[in-house]
Unconditional design. Structure first.
Length: 291
């Protein structure tokens, strides 16, 4: 009478213990752990900006302009008397939000186009390759600047510009991985068993190629944030009074020799965020490479 409950509990215990080896493998990769800690800290600061920011990031006080770091203003004030630390954490919300939202459409479109082209091959594959090569022949930032200048500045211009350009990188990555997978014997076996091409692609090929696109996604967020910062620095990105790392760097440029922290603080924020995302991408590459 007592053996049956123990036997029924065994599968539950096994199911609960199954994620443990995966977690241990993930924690064994120091780059992944370090990247998650860095990115997590930046995201947490952005989410908690209203709680940790001591001042209104847009509040101006010309009488308190260009104050050095102090207890009241941890990173001093800018030329308009705005608290730099408050603007720094609110700028993290802006840049991280734009970086995350901007890559969604390119990721979905590029992964779909690259998967279909790599699996189908033939004229479709060649046509997609020609289109991707044509877009990549132009410098990335030149295309982004040109599109933003046409469609308008601000978040809308950034979303449109990157949606038109960013998908090609995902298409190239996914197309290469899908072409290799489609030539494997297990794919031919799935086709010979009577499965439709759609089922083979979605249920068998895509799960094996998607991790490469996901890894590239984290790296791509770094490029997007760098592009947003560059556009804001040039006056084509996020418009005042919204806090943004690029506009903060541009505002502090004139005072770099006397008030170096005005441009250094947002510059370091960009570097730290980029390093964290790159470490996550490297860690995922190593982790999934073991599989």
């Amino acid at each position: 009478m007592t053996a049956a409950p123990a036997a029924s509990a065994a599968p539950e215990a096994t199911a609960l213990a199954a994620p443990v080896p995966r977690l241990r493998r993930a924690l064994a990769h120091r780059s992944l752990v370090a990247g998650l800690v860095i990115v997590g800290a930046v995201v947490l600061a952005a989410l908690c900006a209203p709680l940790i920011a001591p001042h209104d990031p847009a509040a101006q006080d010309l009488r308190a302009a260009l104050l050095p770091p102090s207890g009241e203003h941890l990173l001093g004030t800018d030329h308009l008397g705005r608290d730099v630390f408050s603007r720094l954490v609110y700028a993290a919300r802006t840049d991280l939000r734009i970086g995350a939202v901007t890559v969604v459409i390119p990721f979905l479109v590029g992964t779909l186009v690259g998967s279909v082209a790599g699996y189908a091959g033939g004229r479709l594959d060649r046509g997609m390759s020609y289109l991707v090569d044509t877009v990549l022949a132009f410098p990335f930032y030149v295309l982004i600047l040109a599109i933003v200048a046409v469609v308008g500045t601000g978040e809308r211009g950034i979303y449109v510009a990157y949606a038109l350009v960013g998908w090609v990188a995902y298409a190239r990555v996914t197309r290469s991985a899908t072409s290799v997978a489609a030539a494997q014997p297990w794919v031919h076996a799935a086709r010979e068993s009577g499965l439709s091409h759609r089922r083979v692609l979605l249920r068998h090929v895509l799960p094996n190629t998607l991790p490469q696109a996901v890894v590239f996604l984290f790296t791509d967020v770094v490029f997007v944030i760098a592009a947003v910062v560059t556009l804001s620095y040039l006056g084509l990105g996020i418009q005042p009074p919204t806090a943004d790392w690029g506009s903060m760097i541009a505002d502090g440029r004139a005072f770099l020799t006397t008030k170096w922290w005005l441009a250094t603080a947002p510059g370091l924020a960009v570097v730290v965020t980029g390093v964290g995302l790159s470490l996550v991408a490297d860690g995922l590459t190593d982790l999934w490479g073991e599989r």
